[in-house]
Design a protein around this ligand. Structure first.
Ligand SMILES: CCCCCC/C=C/CC(=O)SCCNC(=O)CCNC(=O)[C@H](O)C(C)(C)COP(=O)(O)OP(=O)(O)OC[C@H]1O[C@@H](n2cnc3c(N)ncnc32)[C@H](O)[C@@H]1OP(=O)(O)O
Length: 727
């Protein structure tokens, strides 16, 4: 848990030990405290070094133990940090790998800090719905000043050693032998006065406009937080550092920590942390999993199509230091694509430069632009990223099947299309897989990885490993129209549009959903994505356009309710932001400011009149429940259909791909929080009121879980019916 040894005659080394990241469990904290006391009591010890095993200082408090912490518990870690600082002998932190959260707090209790050049430090607690609660909110501002402390504590960002040195968090950077260097320093400084090295004794550096800095920071985080409490509480704690003596500031920090720990938000954010890690450990319905499948190395990749998605994908691959072939169909598109990729890479390089990282990502030798499919002969993996046209995709895959080497992996970037139909035109369907990137692909963290019927475990492992290489979160899902993300989006958007028919305005629906914490409500999102995308898809499905059977009632398809509203908008050229008008009016085509549009109000009134709909007032609760519960209901069906293998998969997809607020843990976690019987009863109520909307009829799986007494979320999958045995 923490090894104590002697280095040379006079230095004691305490090494934190708790694989894989030296999390500070209570056993580790206790052992650390014992080590410090032992060194203090031993007159032959003149100085102490604290370091971590396996090249990592510590990733902080053990998050797994938080659920058992009682809000009134006194953080033992804080007492240990202060014990370190009170030590009569100099204590040096030797930081390798990471010193995060409680790990950094331990380091701040030390009198000196040395870090390896690749080490990262930070206070990521805010991302877990809490705040640094081992006196970190009181020490960091004293060490680096208020503006920098506000930035680090409210964003949770990790900083590399170079930046940490500049900020004054660490005293020295070394390229190797961090612990040995720390031992040397400890020997050198033994006997020197410790007072000036104790951060708790320092005043917070004063600034003339302190009040203004704090209140501006508060306004900024409140605007960004969309209902998340922790950033605001972090500011309260930092404010206490400014206004109160150290000990009272620490009391305030504890009070705020207890408040956050007891809030549902901390639970949701910690669930999201572990969900993100759980999805890496994928399983197929056959039982094959990450444990037995091994990924193949990808040295060289190709991207076909340099539209918005293709450009982002190329940028991601280049950033990950792969050799990349970028292919387009004609010279003009190729030139446009090259220019766009080059400027994306330059932008990425400048961002990296600002954060002190090396920026050799734009090496042109690694990126080849071509019109020639022959250039794909030796690539290990291809990502086709042309637009959503099945015939075109099949033509490309037929070609790839003859040109690429037999062991190449063939990925299709699609948001809805059938992976099996595409794989069927190739001679290696087991090497075909869906990779649904989200726009902008070089920024968005999510990669939905879609297994086809024939996709091999090696192909899945390779695609999941590619996600990690690209610094994305890969989630493995099954093949169905829209997969997980877009399949759940469809009933959500459908409800939003039905609500307009019934009397809402787009901004009322958007405000309700944004008030819940989403980045964007459904109508702003549709305008951003382009209304023509859905229109094309509906025409393809024969729901509108020339394939629609003559005489079909305007608001009905088969026996289901249908809204032709978005089709009418598209017929008027209102494609959304790019056209300068859609559900909202924009200042110009491509403009970003969504303004309510009087034209739309008239249009909606006339539409209701034509169809004999009496507009009614719909309250926020109904807006939210109809949109969100329709989406969640589809999530239960997706679990029952084994398209997602666990609720965590769905939640991670929604957090990283669709802007679901992290502090609400994802749609399935949210359902478990508000209670399955509640979700069921509301769906029952709405489906009775709207019997012609099948997506409001509660999923049989949701009903089953409620009948079973609403087991906790982690048990849900065990109640999914297993496919019948072939025997
Ligand atoms: C007794 C409590 C008193 C509380 C008072 C004091 C309060 C202090 C607040 C804190 O310190 S909160 C914790 C702050 N730290 C973090 O948020 C860091 C979280 N971890 C990470 O960001 C990353 O894991 C990493 C350290 C950067 C490593 O990333 P990498 O990609 O290399 O590995 P992962 O797959 O993410 O993690 C490996 C493995 O380790 C588990 N894990 C990571 N951090 C913690 C942690 N702090 N506690 C418990 N477990 C942790 C992670 O879940 C993985 O586990 P798995 O089983 O292999 O999936």
């Amino acid at each position: 848990m923490a090894q104590y040894r002697r280095a040379g005659a006079a230095v004691a080394v305490i090494r934190l030990h708790n694989a894989p990241v030296n999390a500070l469990s209570s056993a580790v904290v206790q052992a650390l405290a014992q080590g410090v006391k032992k060194a203090d009591l031993d007159p032959s010890v003149k100085a102490v070094v604290i370091c971590g095993a396996n090249g990592k200082f510590s990733a902080g408090a053990d998050i797994r133990t938080f659920s058992s912490l009682q809000p009134r518990d006194r953080p033992a870690l804080a007492e240990t940090v202060s014990l370190i600082e009170r030590s009569q002998k100099p204590v040096v932190a030797a930081i390798e790998g990471v010193a995060l959260g409680g790990g950094l707090e331990v380091a701040l209790g030390c009198h000196y800090r040395i870090a390896h050049a690749q080490a990262r430090v930070g206070f990521p607690e805010v991302l877990l719905g809490i705040l640094p609660a081992a006196e970190g909110t009181q020490r960091l501002p004293r060490l680096i000043g208020i503006p920098a402390a506000l930035d680090l504590i409210t964003t949770g960002r990790h900083v590399l050693a170079a930046e940490a040195l500049k900020l004054g968090i660490i005293d020295e950077i070394v390229k190797e032998n961090t612990v040995e260097r720390a031992i040397e320093l400890a020997s050198k400084v033994s006997g020197q006065p410790l007072g000036p090295r104790k951060i708790s004794l320092k005043p917070v550096p004063d600034l003339p406009d302190m009040e203004a800095i704090l209140s501006e920071a508060l306004v900024k985080v409140k605007r960004k937080a969309r209902g998340r409490l922790s950033p605001e509480m972090c500011i309260q704690a930092i404010k206490a550092a400014v206004q109160l003596p150290f000990a009272e500031g620490v009391e305030k920090e504890r009070e705020l920590f207890r408040f956050l720990l007891g809030s549902g938000q901390a639970k949701a954010q910690q669930y999201a942390f572990f969900a993100e890690r759980a999805v890496e450990k994928w399983t197929m319905p056959s039982g094959t999993s990450w444990k037995t499948a091994s990924a193949q190395p990808i040295r060289k990749a190709a991207v076909i199509g340099l539209g918005t998605m293709g450009r982002g994908i190329v940028t991601s691959l280049v950033k990950a230091k792969m050799l990349v072939v970028a292919l387009e169909q004609d010279q003009k598109q190729l030139d446009i694509g090259r220019e766009a990729v080059t400027s994306l890479l330059q932008w990425e390089a400048s961002k990296m430069q600002q954060s002190g990282q090396s920026q050799d990502i734009c090496d042109p030798a690694r990126l080849q632009f071509t019109l020639d499919f022959g250039a794909l002969r030796d690539v290990d993996l291809v990502i086709e990223a042309v637009f959503e046209d099945m015939a075109l995709k099949k033509e490309i895959f037929r070609k790839l099947s003859t040109i690429c080497k037999p062991e190449a992996f063939l990925c299709t970037n699609t948001s809805a299309l059938d992976i099996d139909e595409i794989a069927a035109v190739t001679s290696h369907p087991h090497q075909v897989i869906g990779t649904h990137f989200f726009s902008p692909a070089h920024v968005m963290k999510l990669l939905e990885v879609i297994r086809g019927h024939h996709t091999s475990p090696t192909t899945i492992a390779t695609a999941m490993s590619l996600a990690k290489t690209l610094n994305k979160v890969g989630v493995l899902v099954g093949n169905c129209f829209g997969f997980v993300g877009n399949r759940m989006m469809a009933p959500y958007v459908e409800q939003a549009i039905f609500l307009l028919e019934e009397g809402c305005k787009p901004e009322e629906v958007d405000q309700a959903v944004e008030g819940f914490g989403f980045h964007m409500g459904p109508f702003r999102m549709l305008d951003l994505a382009g209304l023509d995308v859905g229109w094309r898809s509906r025409k393809g499905q024969g729901l509108t356009g020339p394939k629609l059977a003559p005489g079909t009632p305007a608001r009905q398809r088969e026996s289901r309710r249908y809204s032709p509203l978005p089709d009418f908008l598209c017929e008027q050229g209102r494609y959304g932001q790019k056209a300068g008008k859609g559900w909202y009016l924009y200042e110009k085509p491509g403009g970003r400011t969504a303004n309510p549009d009087p034209w739309l109000y008239n249009f909606l009134s006339e539409y209701r009149e034509t169809h004999g709909i009496k507009a009614r007032f719909v309250d926020q609760e109904e807006i939210l429940e109809r949109c969100l519960y329709a989406l969640i209901n589809e999530g239960f069906q997706i679990l029952a259909d084994r398209i997602a293998s666990a609720p965590e998969d769905i939640d991670v997809i929604y957090i990283y791909g669709y802007g679901w607020p992290t502090h609400r843990g994802g749609p399935m976690f949210h359902a478990s929080t508000v209670g399955l019987p509640h979700v069921l009863s509301r769906l029952q109520k709405y489906s009775e009121a709207h019997p012609d909307i099948p997506k409001l009829q509660p999923s049989p799986f949701l009903k089953k879980l409620v009948a079973l007494g609403s087991p906790p979320l982690r048990e849900w999958v065990s109640h999914v019916r297993q496919p019948s045995s072939k025997l």
